[in-house]
Write a protein that binds this ligand. Sequence first.
Ligand code: NIG
Ligand code: FE
Length: 400
Amino acid sequence: MTLWRGGRLATLAGESGWGLVDDGALLVEDGLLRWVGPAAELPPEALAAHEVIELGGALVTPGLVDCHTHLVYAGNRAHEFELRLQGAGYAEIARAGGGIRSTVAATRAASETELLAGATRRAQALMGEGVTTLEVKSGYGLDAATEARMLRVARRLGELGVDVRTTYLAAHALPPEFDDADAYVDTVCRWLPALHVEGLVDAVDAFCEHIAFSPAQVARVFDAARRLGLPVKLHAEQLSDQGGAAMAASFQALSCDHLEYLGTDGIQAMARAGTVAVLLPGAFYALRETRLPPVAALREAGVPLAIATDHNPGSSPTLSPLLMMNMACVLFGLTPEEALRGMTVNGARALGLADRGRLVAGQRADFCVWDGDHPRELATCFGQNPLKERVRLGASQGEA
Ligand code: NIG
Ligand code: FE
């Protein structure tokens, strides 16, 4: 048992508030939080701790959960950034064969070793800002072999000391060898069982958009997931309102992500299903979108709000979860507390994980130690990285 003491804890216990504990302590045993509270109230069992770590007044929060990334790919799309700055649209570039398809070509040509090298560097950057749980999607292979290769690489990132959840996103774009989206959707459904048997799939996602797949097509992919008992999530209403969120909610989706064009029906359906709204300010910012996700209505309906980097080479090439927390506040109007909840407890919920995201007894001992006086600083001080230490399953991952 290890005792960490003398920290200012932002526990996020309860449904709102920071859950601040000044001069707080955490008792950690077997990778779990055994007790959390004011040091003055430590239970007698704390005397049995074989190690005592002094936090020296540092700030402690739950470990960050980045619940939406496309971390495994090859190539880069910086030239598309230039094209967009000159006035080209994201959809226009995609229709001209750029966008997702150009990353597909580069990813197909890359070996597992090459993909792992790139993804490792990116995962380490996220971990360097406090990420302890990371979701990684496929979706740049769009053929059976490359989708499997991406998911295997994603799994191997777990060896770096971060918890990885994998998501099958073969319904991301129509690959060049298909001209019939329905035929491709059938194929996507056929690939899934073997990947599932190999243990490569924790959830199933799709891109529901006029430049990708319709709600009816995605529903067929979700049916295939349901037959295997796999949870679903959706890239929904990013560029237009397709009714994807309501369809996903009818499958009890863990999350719907992006949501700039989400309407009232989608919000109500998500609220009823307990689906998390994952907001992705990096993509909104980089694509210079102007339509804001309906944050006030989501809040009012009681839909939990999460935030993620959406790291990908096209629409959101960021590796900074802290910057996303800042952007969620400045661009979308979240409070700094909502931003931290979005990158911790609600991010975990978007992955179907109830065992992390808060500093309360019984949860995994995944936490971050930061320089700073108050947790609101994490979302305030953009471009800074105050991480001192990242702790996963009770084990310190070294000085940041
Ligand atoms: O989440 N919207 C679809 N998929 C990604 C972008 C993928 C890409 O442009 O390569 C996203 O923004
Ligand atoms: Fe995405």
